[in-house]
Design a protein around this ligand. Structure first.
Ligand code: GLU
Length: 304
């Protein structure tokens, strides 16, 4: 039996002593208000045992972590046809990079960079009756928690300053890879990114990716093939232009967000979420990455 609680306590103690915590994202002004001294970690194992340490019950902006959940909902709705509008290759570029999109004629490299997630947002806007509330309900159902909500100030803040996302959406539109109008799709995208969750809720929402497509309440949302694909995308594309480094140091599929959250999983073993708002130069949570490296080293468990 692995002593997860002991390992999380020791990781949390180490993180509380860390002097270099990275820098909180400021390009979305609302996020700049986040307290950089926070650190939380929560792990749920395949027997639904929960372990946590630090600020694991404090909610934060999940930002790009939401891209995995929107992809899961879109795959459930339209299946394989999705891949006519998106590729599945790592970009090796920052999340908001645009030049590849133009070079590759409006087909985003993958669904976890902004341009790709905006195409997924477009698919959800086309296929859901009440896109924002239906997506929110999907996330609540996955996590089994109706308290999960948008932070509307964060969404409004990003709407005012999201110039690169407007550029990406307009480029997509110019290539015919956006069916709805730019404002509607970005309003949806900014809201999905502005969902708030804590580490414990995140591990519940991502449980199905560890559990062959079944959520904690045993309802099946994804086929095995879909789970395999989403986990492969998280491993190869989940950490901006640091996906290689994350695989190298941590060795798990996962996804980060500029709110400082990271969620990662070992299929059929555990799902873990960390939160520390300070980011490294690539936009990933600095302490979160260090914590997960410690976790896979201490437990000797990773996909490799
Ligand atoms: N809403 C953010 C953006 O589009 C998400 C970025 C992220 O978390 O990587 O810039």
């Amino acid at each position: 039996m692995i002593n997860y609680q002991g390992i999380l306590n020791s990781i949390s103690a180490d993180c509380s002593l860390s002097k270099d915590r990275g820098k909180v994202a400021t390009y979305i002004p609302e996020l700049a208000k986040t307290d950089s001294s926070k650190f939380g970690i929560h792990l749920v194992d395949s027997n639904k045992n929960n372990f946590q340490a630090g600020d694991s019950e404090t909610v934060f902006s999940i930002q790009s972590i939401s891209k995995v959940l929107s992809l899961a909902q879109a795959m459930g709705l339209i299946g394989e046809t999705l891949w006519t509008r998106l590729d599945v290759e790592p970009s090796g570029d920052p999340f908001n990079h645009l030049s590849l999109l133009e070079l590759e004629n409006g087909i985003p490299r993958n669904p976890l960079i902004n341009a790709g997630a905006i195409v997924i947002a477009d698919i959800l806007v086309s296929n859901l009756k009440n896109p924002k509330s239906d997506f929110l309900q999907f996330v609540r159902n996955l996590a089994g928690d109706d308290d999960i909500d948008f932070n509307r100030e964060v969404a409004a803040s990003e709407k005012r300053t999201g110039f690169r996302n407007y550029a990406a959406a307009n480029l997509l539109k110019s290539y015919g890879n956006l069916k709805n109008d730019v404002e509607t799709v970005l309003d949806f995208y900014f809201h999905q990114c502005a969902i708030e969750m804590n580490c414990s809720q995140l591990t519940k929402a991502f449980y199905l990716f560890m559990n062959r497509g079944k959520c904690q309440k045993d309802k099946t949302y994804l086929t095995l093939r879909q789970v395999k694909r989403i986990n492969a995308l998280m491993l190869t594309c989940g950490f901006y232009d640091e996906a290689g480094e994350f695989a190298f140091e941590v060795g798990l599929p996962g996804k980060s967000g500029v709110g400082g959250g990271i969620v990662a999983l070992l299929p059929e073993k555990f799902c873990v979420a960390t939160w520390s708002p300070g980011l490294n130069t690539k936009g990933n949570s600095k302490l979160g990455m260090e914590a997960l490296e410690q976790l896979t080293t201490a437990t000797a468990q990773s996909i490799f």
